[in-house]
Design a protein around this ligand. Structure first.
Ligand SMILES: [Mg+2]
Length: 203
């Protein structure tokens, strides 16, 4: 019998993104990010308080991943929970990051105690989730992500996968509503770990 499969997002689930990104914007570009709504690109301002053109956002994000990925720290509890689950489950990190950053991300996650396979994706995640289920044929699949549209996409293309909506970063919790297409909303790893353990026991 194949093992359970855990497919986890990285930013906002395994690694802190907001605080390191805010620090990068300030130190490298003299910009500020105020999270008044969940729209990163519309919330960046220059020193004069003027909003930064959304067209600059991809370049800013790419710059962050190129030089500042090592400033990202693990979400509380993520390393220990995954280490425990890895004894019984296959674990794949499905992260929306350009191909050229996926190798660095693999190294960074391993350095921080998360030595798992990393897949760099762009766009909706339902397709790659379905592809992983097809190739692993797991006894149970759990998909974890902080962004509601990815849960909708996974529901559409891989409906049997248990969809866990986790918004682990404090500044985003109030801003991201419950994902209508997720099976559960759990924002911390201690509780998520117990939840996944219960799913495994019920197989
Ligand atoms: Mg994320």
């Amino acid at each position: 019998m194949s093992r359970p499969l855990i497919i986890s997002d990285c930013d906002g689930v395994l690694l802190n993104f907001i605080d390191p990104f805010v620090a990068y914007l300030a130190s490298e570009h003299g910009l500020t990010l105020r999270m008044t709504s969940f729209a990163l690109s519309g919330n960046i301002h220059d020193a004069a308080g003027e909003p930064v053109d959304a067209a600059r956002f991809p370049m800013l994000l790419d710059g962050f991943f190129t030089t500042h990925m090592p400033t990202q720290t693990p979400i509380d509890g993520a390393v220990a929970a995954l280490a425990d689950l890895a004894a019984d489950c296959d674990i794949v990190i499905l992260t929306n990051i350009g191909d050229r950053h996926a190798a660095t991300r693999t190294e960074e996650l391993a350095r921080l105690g998360m030595p798992y396979r990393v897949i760099g994706n762009l766009g909706p995640k339902g397709g790659p989730v379905a592809g992983l289920v097809e190739s692993f044929q797991p006894s149970l699949a759990v998909f974890i992500d902080d962004l509601p549209p990815h849960h909708s996409s996974a529901k559409k293309l891989a409906p049997a996968v248990h969809r866990l909506h986790m918004v682990a970063e404090e500044p985003l919790r109030e801003l991201i509503p419950p994902a209508p297409d997720a099976d559960a909303r759990i924002d911390d790893w201690a509780e998520a770990h117990a939840h996944i353990r219960r799913l495994i026991e019920a197989i």
